[in-house]
Design a protein around this ligand. Structure first.
Ligand SMILES: [Zn+2]
Length: 118
């Protein structure tokens, strides 16, 4: 059996009871052995336990394609984008006026947005 470890902020696919759909969740906490203990749905914010299953990571069942990432654009929570390096992502939170958290296929990354061009 392949041993897989995880880190907080990584992405896993899970069925959200509240949203009633299989979607990307963010790992909220892991055990000392690197196993997921809790995940959070970026859409509704529900935290739930996670039972790891083989091949669950990286499977993007509903591949939504967003417009190319543009740092001058202003994003809102829930918007999708296609990043040239990381692929398709979904905005999970607006951290600061010019910073957003985006959930990509593997993990959450912080990007800038609403950048006024010099
Ligand atoms: Zn949800």
């Amino acid at each position: 059996m392949e041993k897989q470890t995880f880190a907080v902020g990584e992405r896993v696919e899970k069925f959200c009871e509240k949203c009633q759909e299989e979607r990307g969740h963010v790992v909220a906490s892991v055990s000392k052995r690197g196993q997921i203990s809790r995940v959070e749905c970026p859409k509704c914010g529900t935290r739930s336990t996670f039972k790891s299953r083989a091949g669950a990571v990286g499977e993007n069942a509903s591949a939504k394609v967003g417009a190319p990432y543009d740092r001058t654009q202003t994003y809102r929570k829930g918007q999708t984008m296609t990043h040239p390096t990381y692929g398709v992502g979904e905005v999970t939170a607006v951290i600061e006026p010019q910073k957003i958290d985006v959930l990509f296929n593997d993990r959450v990354r912080r990007l800038i947005h609403a950048r006024v061009q010099a």
